[in-house]
Ligand binder design. Structure first.
Ligand code: CMC
Length: 391
C-alpha cells in the first residue's frame, strides 16, 4: 500500500533496542552482555549467566550467593499445581503440559505482580527461573507414572534438575558430575538468542502489560515448533529414522533434503541469522564428544551418523551455497539422549534454559517503558462489498 514497510518473517526489521545479546551472523559471533558464548560456556555456570543476562553485569561473590540462594528458595511449586498436572493425560506431550502449567503460575504467584516495580519484576524473574526445572521434571514424572520429587536446595541448578528427573523416594540418588556439567552447559548454550521467534512472542505479549508468567507461557508455545525449539527433538527422530550408518543411506537423506519436491529437511541445519557457523554448535559438538567418551558411549551410532551427515552436507554445493551449517540443536539432542532424557523432553529443557532469556528481555522492555507492539499488515482481501439481502 506504500504506507508500511512490508517485511514478512522480520528478515530486516529491528523490533526493539536491546543491550542483552549481540549476534553477528556473518562472523558467527554471539555475545551475552559483551561476553563471548564460548568463554561463558567454559568458565561460567548457568546460574551466573542468569544473573548476567538479567542484571547486565557478572555478579560479585556476594551477589552470586544472594542470587543463587534466592533461586534455591523458590524451587518448590504450590501443592495445588500437582493437582493441575493430574488433569492431563499421562501420555500428553510435555510441551503441551508446560504451556498450561507455566501459565498457571500466574494464578498462584500474584502477590508481586506490579510490573512497574523493579522489585516485583525481579521476584517474578527469580520465581520463574527457580520453578521451571521443577515443572519440567514434574512433566516427566507424570508421564512415566512416578511420584513427583521435591527439589533439593543443597544442589546446584543442573544437579537439582537431574535429581528431580531421575531420583525417586526409594533410594539415595547421586548426581553424576559429568552429567550435571553437561546439563549446565546445555542450559547455558540455550539461555538467550536475542529476538528469536519465542523471545519476540514474549515481548509482544509483555508489551500489553500481561503478567510475566502468562508471557512465558506464550514463549513456550512459540518455542514448540520444529523450526524453532522443536528442532532438537526432530534431530533425534531424524537420526533414528536414518538408522543405518552406511554411506549410501546417509547420502540418500542428504539428497532428500536437497529435493524441493520432498518436504524433508536436515533438522539441526541452517539458521536465519548465522550464515557462517553457529558458535553454540561448536561448543555443543565438543561437549558431545566429551560427555559421550566420559560416559563410555563414544561409539554411539547416532553420533556416528550425525558426524558423517555433517561431513557430507558441508562438502555438498547445495548446503555450501545456501550457507547451511549445523546449528545449536544438531548435537544437543545426542547429549540429552546420553543423559537419559527422553526425546519428547528435549524442547522442555530448551524452554527451561530460554526462560532466563525471555524474562530478561521482558524486564528490559518493561523498564524501558516500551509501547504496545502492534504490527500492521498488507491487506489482500476483498474491497468493501454489500451483504446479500436478496433484494
Ligand atoms: N535442510 C535443507 N534445506 C534447507 C534447510 C535444511 N535444514 N534449511 C534451509 N534450507 C534451504 C531452503 O530450502 C532454502 O532453499 P531455496 O533458497 O533453494 O528455497 C534456503 O535453504 C534458505 O532457507 P529458508 O527456509 O529461507 O531459511 P529461513 O531463515 O527462513 O529458516 C530455519 C531458517 C532454521 C527455519 C531453517 O534453516 C530450517 O528449517 N532448519 C531446520 C530446522 C532447525 O534446525 N531449526 C533450529 C534453528 S536453531 C535453534 C532455534 O533457534 O530454535
Amino acid at each position: 500500500s506504500g504506507y508500511f514497510t512490508y517485511d514478512p518473517g522480520f528478515v530486516s526489521t529491528a523490533s526493539c533496542e536491546s543491550g542483552i545479546t549481540f549476534i553477528d551472523g556473518a562472523n558467527g559471533t554471539l555475545l551475552h552482555r559483551g561476553y563471548p558464548i564460548g568463554q561463558l560456556a567454559h568458565h561460567s555456570s548457568f546460574t551466573e549467566m542468569a544473573y548476567l543476562l538479567l542484571n547486565g553485569e557478572l555478579p560479585s561473590d556476594e551477589q552470586y550467593e544472594d542470587f543463587s540462594s534466592r533461586i534455591r528458595n523458590h524451587t518448590m511449586v504450590h501443592e495445588q499445581i500437582a493437582n493441575f498436572f493430574k488433569g492431563f493425560r499421562r501420555d500428553a506431550h510435555p510441551m503441551a503440559v508446560m504451556c498450561g502449567v507455566a501459565g498457571a503460575l500466574s494464578a498462584f504467584y500474584h502477590d508481586n505482580l506490579d510490573i512497574t516495580q523493579q522489585h516485583d519484576r525481579q521476584v517474578s524473574a527469580i520465581r520463574l527461573i527457580a520453578k521451571m526445572p521443577t515443572l519440567a521434571a514434574m512433566c516427566y514424572k507424570y508421564n512415566i507414572g512416578q511420584p513427583f520429587m521435591y527439589p533439593r536446595n543443597d544442589l546446584d541448578y543442573a544437579e537439582n534438575f537431574l535429581y528431580m528427573m531421575f531420583g525417586n523416594p526409594c533410594e539415595e540418588f547421586r548426581v553424576n558430575p559429568v552429567m550435571a556439567k553437561a546439563m549446565d552447559r546445555i542450559l547455558m548454550l540455550h539461555a538467550d538468542h536475542e529476538q528469536n521467534a519465542s523471545t519476540s512472542t514474549v515481548r509482544l505479549a509483555g508489551s500489553t502489560g500481561a503478567n510475566p508468567f502468562a508471557c512465558i507461557s506464550a514463549g513456550i508455545a512459540a518455542l514448540w515448533g520444529p523450526a524453532h525449539g522443536g528442532a532438537n527433538e526432530a534431530v533425534l527422530n531424524m537420526l533414528a529414522e536414518i538408522g543405518d550408518e552406511s554411506e549410501e543411506n546417509i547420502q540418500r537423506y542428504v539428497d532428500r533434503a536437497k529435493d524441493k519436491n520432498d518436504s524433508f529437511r536436515l533438522m539441526g541445519f541452517g539458521h536465519r541469522v548465522y550464515r557462517n557457523f553457529d558458535p553454540r554448535a561448536r561448543v555443543m559438538k565438543e561437549t558431545c564428544d566429551e560427555v559421550l567418551s566420559e560416559l563410555g558411549m563414544g561409539d554411539d551410532p547416532r553420533l556416528k551418523i550425525a558426524k558423517r551427515l555433517e561431513e557430507i552436507a558441508l562438502e555438498d554445493d547445495y548446503f555450501v551455497e545456501r550457507k547451511l551449517y549445523p546449528n545449536v540443536d544438531f548435537y544437543s539432542g545426542i547429549i540429552l539422549k546420553a543423559l537419559g532424557i527422553p526425546t519428547n523432553m528435549f524442547t522442555v529443557i530448551f524452554a527451561v534454559a530460554r526462560t532466563i532469556g525471555w524474562i530478561s528481555h521482558w524486564n528490559e522492555m518493561i523498564s524501558s517503558g516500551a509501547r504496545i507492539g502492534r504490527p500492521r499488515q498488507l491487506y489482500t482481501g476483498y474491497t468493501q462489498r454489500d451483504y446479500p439481502t436478496g433484494e
